[in-house]
Design a protein around this ligand. Structure first.
Ligand code: PEP
Ligand code: MG
Length: 655
């Protein structure tokens, strides 16, 4: 069964509309194909769809075969003819970033009562300041077909440009002025610039007669599209990085300097469609009052840089950002994702008040940065940081983190186009250990499942990935990946403060099997003469099974860390990502609180440390309860640390 139509999707089925189209197609059981000029591709593959290069106003055919073929054709043709129908807002069809985090939409409920724009709340805080619009022109290829004899020279030119970009990034990495966090981001970009995927794709295009600039633009788009197409925010955010690297290569080919943010005025709000992490990391960040961007989401590198430098940011505004090109002044609310253009007097006063109040609160809390919270009986409560990358070290230290209670290693695996090597992992874990010594750094082994696929691991299609092959289950089935991580951890453990914890544990055998692998890794490292040391092994308590066997588990491990995010969803059988059941997904529900209490009791009885690294650990209203249950470590996002220390001190003062 098939039907033809004229495509009305603005600029054709490029990355995001393709993703949207694929999402729709995947909702049907039938096999669905899109046909253009006689070429048919699966409508369920974004990469293939994008490679079909369907443009606006072209004729295509949707072909479906299966039980729901009629419905599939109707829905897909409907989308092609009227892409905005049924979407929440215009940006859904146009914004390159709006399926990241919160939706970009018109937001009448901005603070101060003014109307404004709404995007992704990517870095908390309020700001108001002069607008600094930054929209460098797009780079276009020459669009001519190369003669056969020109191709060799063009490839040489391209290779020289790639080397120049790599050298530029190496140079930046060698500068002392680059903060440790930003260095990690530039290193990730350098990794992309050096990756064969981008360069070989571009070289193939040049060999096919494309000029180098067109080839780079196309290759970057193809690879970025691979990242964008995956249903994962972290991977989506990498698409922006690929474009940023592609742009740098093009600028070298053009012999042009990149724009500079050198002259941004003090306190200005930087407005751009897209800012490469590379550009932002080199900008005078102390002068930037806020960031507003068409691209990007809560997990993009721009968001990480903004958060770690305390710059409020609203990202993912999509096409709406164009409304700010001529703005004189901008107010932004990085907590709610609101942006107000040329605010009126009342809004200005409101924002000025909020900026001042936030600064006051921050200032009043800074006295807790160096505080070591102790209870009336003299016991210390460790307030540690949850982080997921080296870029966040500075923010954690600035906040006064007493070590790391949860280092999520997923980003390390997701950020690269291949599985991270043992050496790279060992360096990362060692850098963390050194940064926080003598405090402990608890590294969680890879906690990933089919809902967050990563390059290099084939995940099966699962009906319910949250109950499927994830975390420790996947790792034990893939010793090649797991042992690489364990070896890296054993190597980093020579620094003395590395601890390791296992996610999603539901059976004692998982710990025993892990111990066997750890022993194997240690024996291998010894035989190879590689320095290494043992580490304390703990478990996350985040499944009901782990709570129920906590007394037995406590005999096998050195510590517990309660993962309230998952524990709440599994105890309450309420998906943590599903807003419809958000009411049930409540850590304060007596069922969850009693699971926490049972875990604490089992740990305390066995004399092992019990900590918490779920979001609840940072809640000032719950901290006293947890501490009374016997928890001695609370790990949270750096922004919550000083408030948590204050809550513990208040509790101690009450006796
Ligand atoms: C948790 O489940 O509470 C936890 C800390 O882990 P994550 O949020 O990474 O699943
Ligand atoms: Mg979890």
């Amino acid at each position: 069964m098939e039907r033809s139509t004229i495509v009305r999707v603005h600029e054709g089925l490029h990355a995001r509309p393709a993703t949207r189209f694929v999402k729709l197609a995947k909702g049907f059981e039938s096999d669905v194909e899109l046909v253009k000029d006689g070429k048919a591709v699966s409508a369920k593959s974004s990469v293939k769809l994008m490679l079909l290069a369907v443009k606006e106003n072209q004729e295509v055919t949707v072909r479906a075969n299966g039980a729901d073929a009629i419905e599939a054709i109707e829905a897909l043709i409907g989308y092609l003819e009227n892409p905005r129908a049924g979407l929440d807002d215009e940006a859904e069809s146009q914004s390159p970033a709006n399926d990241v985090g919160q939706q970009a939409a018109s937001a009448p409920a901005a603070p101060g009562g003014a109307t404004g724009l709404r995007g992704v709340a990517a870095s908390e805080g309020f700001a108001i300041g002069p607008a600094f619009a930054h929209f460098p022109p797009d780079i276009a290829g020459q669009g001519r077909v190369l003669q056969a004899e020109e191709i060799g020279g063009e490839i040489d030119r391209f290779r020289a440009a790639v080397s120049a970009v790599q050298a530029r990034m190496d140079h930046a990495l060698a500068q002392d002025s680059l903060s440790a966090g930003d260095r990690g981001i530039v290193a990730a970009l350098r990794d992309i610039a050096a990756d064969d995927s981008l360069t070989s794709e571009a070289e193939t295009l040049i060999k096919g007669g494309n000029d180098a600039i067109s080839a780079v633009i196309t290759a970057a788009s193809t690879i970025a599209a691979d990242f964008s197409a995956v249903d994962d925010h972290y991977l989506n955010a990498r698409a922006d990085d690929v474009h940023a690297v592609g742009r740098q290569i093009c600028l070298v080919l053009l012999g042009q300097d990149d724009f500079s943010l050198e002259n941004i005025p003090e306190g200005a709000i930087l407005i751009a469609d897209d800012i490469g992490a590379w550009d932002l990391a080199r900008a005078p960040l102390k002068r930037i009052g806020g960031v507003v961007c068409g691209h990007g989401g809560a997990t993009s590198h721009i968001a990480i840089i903004a958060r770690s430098h305390g710059i409020p940011a609203v990202l993912g505004l999509g096409g709406q950002v164009n409304a700010l090109r001529t703005a004189r002044e901008v107010a932004l609310d990085g907590n709610g994702g609101h942006v107000i253009v040329d605010p009126d007097e009342a809004t200005r006063a409101d924002f000025a008040g909020r900026v001042e109040a936030a600064a006051k609160e921050r200032a009043s809390l800074t006295v807790f940065k160096t505080v070591t919270p102790k209870l009336a009986d003299g016991r210390t409560i460790e307030v540690a940081a949850n982080i997921g990358s080296l870029e966040e070290i500075e923010a954690a230290q600035e906040a006064g983190a007493m070590g790391v209670g949860l280092f999520r290693t997923e980003l390390l695996f997701m950020r690269h186009m291949h599985l991270p090597s043992e050496d790279m992992q060992a360096e990362t874990y060692a850098a963390l250990a050194k940064a926080f010594a003598p405090y402990p750094v608890i590294v969680r082994t890879l906690d990933i499942g089919g809902d967050k696929p990563i390059a290099g691991i084939e995940f099966p299609d699962e009906e319910n990935p949250f109950l499927g092959w994830r975390g420790i289950r996947m790792c034990l089935d893939r010793p090649d990946i797991f042992k690489r991580q364990l070896r890296a951890l054993l190597r980093a453990a020579v620094h003395g403060n590395i601890k390791v914890m296992l996610p999603m544990v539901s059976d004692i055998s998982e710990i025993r099997q892990t111990r066997v692998l750890v022993a194997e890794c240690a024996a291998e490292l010894k035989a190879e003469g590689v320095p290494h040391a043992t580490f304390d092994l703990g478990v996350m308590i985040e499944t009901p099974a782990a709570v129920l066997i906590a007394p037995a588990l406590a005999k096998e491990v050195a510590f517990f860390s309660i993962g309230t995010n998952d524990l709440t969803q599994y105890i309450m059988a309420a998906d943590r990502l599903n807003p419809t059941v958000a009411r049930l997904n409540d850590v304060t529900n007596p069922a969850v609180m009693s699971a926490i209490e049972m875990t604490a009791k089992a740990g305390v009885d066995a004399g092992i440390m019990v900590g918490m690294c779920g979001e609840a650990a940072g809640r000032p209203d719950l901290i006293a309860t947890f501490v009374k249950m016997g928890l001695t470590e609370l790990s949270m996002s750096p922004a919550s640390i000083q408030r948590a220390k204050k809550a513990i001190m208040a509790m101690a003062a009450e006796g």
